[in-house]
Design a protein around this ligand. Structure first.
Ligand SMILES: [Zn+2]
Length: 426
């Protein structure tokens, strides 16, 4: 009888095509979904600094320790588990543990468990590594208090002033929420990691959109995170009687919104790219009565693109379109820019490393931007950063129906594992 030989290929002296144990990953993801999970399948409620979030963090710390990781919670609530005790720059693998209200069981948590699984495989197969590997379950990414708190603290983007003013929509101050969990918010700034202490940052995440499913590709190699701007726009006309005011004598603020909505595709065709997005997400009409012509329309406009120059062109074109529409409908036009965040680019070197391992594993893939914000975007400022996406069924996320095929989860974790091994080996 022939002996079964498992081929082990050498690449730069490192074993490649290692595989994760998908049953173990599946079990861990189900276990974590119990924290803040609703038995009636109404989704997961594990918002930053909630009781459920804290129970999940304490469970994870115990779990990290079971695998012998040097484990601690930093001053902002990030749970960190480290393998390797030398002082060389560490390969960080991270994503968030908190959820949106009624969220799904993959968003964020997948990246954390995938990181732990990488460590388990490395331990079991006794793969020799030069650099430490650290898994970080970040704190308050989803925005209960503004979002990406843990990543901002780790990368030095966090300020005391911001901490002291952040509030949840129900009025709860971030500093009070932290105090409820036994954290002194001054300690949050000590979570900062110097660029010299980090070799790279990697995040595996569900796509949360329909692109990979539509293309049939299993892996998205993320090239960067789209820049984003948010405007609050006001169109002011004249509230009037819906029966007595003739159609040609109105200053109907809603007509202005409707006309602008129709201009969006033209603006993108003229000045945008296939990565441009313009969205009117909220409209409020005043006074808001069925029999009154709206005298005022307040609405939001959110624009995104992978190029800051394109973002500026889109913004200029939107401004021009709104001015001309306002004139046409005898409206006043005002807007306030609430935020402007430039695009963030992933490291070319890490992208090609991810690509190489995806090819070796024989998975189909494409290079794509991330339309959504992620912890990784803050790391692009201080260290070579890479992100891996796997398909979301129906593109659904931030909802109880969020799901990904286990086969795709396995593929994403395998790409992460092989990338991490190569990064930590040299
Ligand atoms: Zn997420």
């Amino acid at each position: 009888m022939r002996r079964l030989v498992i081929p082990v290929l050498a690449f730069k002296g490192v074993l490649i095509n290692c595989s994760v144990n998908i049953q173990r990953i599946e079990k861990d993801l189900y276990r974590l979904s119990e924290f803040g999970g609703n038995a009636a399948e109404k989704g997961i409620y594990r918002q930053g600094f909630s009781e459920a979030d804290w129970q999940a963090r304490s469970w994870l710390m115990d779990y990290f320790r079971q695998y012998g990781l040097v484990t601690h919670m930093d001053g902002v609530g990030n749970v960190c588990g480290r393998l390797g005790d030398n002082e060389l720059p560490a390969v960080l693998i991270g994503s968030h543990l908190d959820s949106v209200p009624a969220g799904g069981m993959f968003d964020g948590v997948l990246g954390v468990i995938a990181g732990l699984e990488c460590i388990r495989v490395i331990q079991e197969q006794k793969i020799p590594l030069k650099h430490p590997i650290e898994v970080i379950a970040t704190s308050e990414e989803e925005g209960r208090f503004g979002g990406m708190l843990g990543a901002q603290a780790l990368t030095g983007a966090l300020t005391l002033d911001w901490l002291e003013h952040a509030k949840a929509p129900d009025g709860l101050a971030l500093v009070d929420a932290m105090a409820q969990r036994g954290l002194d918010y001054h300690q949050a700034l000590h979570a900062y990691r110097t660029p010299e202490s980090i070799k790279a940052f990697l995040e595996l995440h569900i796509e949360q959109g329909p692109v990979l499913e539509a293309s049939g590709n299993s892996i998205g190699v993320v090239e960067g995170i789209s820049g984003i701007f948010k405007w609050l726009i006001k169109l002011i006309g004249k509230a009037d009687h819906a029966g007595t005011a003739p159609m040609n004598m109105r200053s109907d603020a809603f007509m202005g919104v409707a006309d602008f909505a129709h201009e969006i595709q033209r603006i993108i065709d003229e000045d945008g790219t296939d990565k441009s997005r313009l969205t009117i997400g909220r409209v409020e009409l005043k006074p808001g009565y069925a029999h009154t012509i709206p005298g005022e329309a307040d609405f939001t406009l959110v624009g995104r693109d992978m190029s800051e120059e394109v973002m500026h062109e889109l913004a200029t074109n939107c401004r021009k379109a709104l001015s001309s529409i306002a004139r046409r409908h005898r409206l006043m036009f005002e807007y306030e820019q609430m935020s402007w965040l430039g695009p963030k680019t992933c490291s070319q070197d890490i992208m090609s490393l991810i690509e190489t391992h995806t090819q070796k594993l024989n998975y189909s893939y494409e290079i794509m931007p991330s339309g959504a914000g992620h912890d990784a975007q803050f790391f692009t400022d201080i260290t070579p950063t890479g992100m891996i996406f796997i398909p979301s069924i129906g593109g659904i996320s931030h909802a109880p129906d969020e799901w990904s095929h286990w086969a795709d989860v396995e593929k994403g974790c395998n790409v992460l594992l092989n990338t991490v091994i190569e990064l930590a080996a040299e």
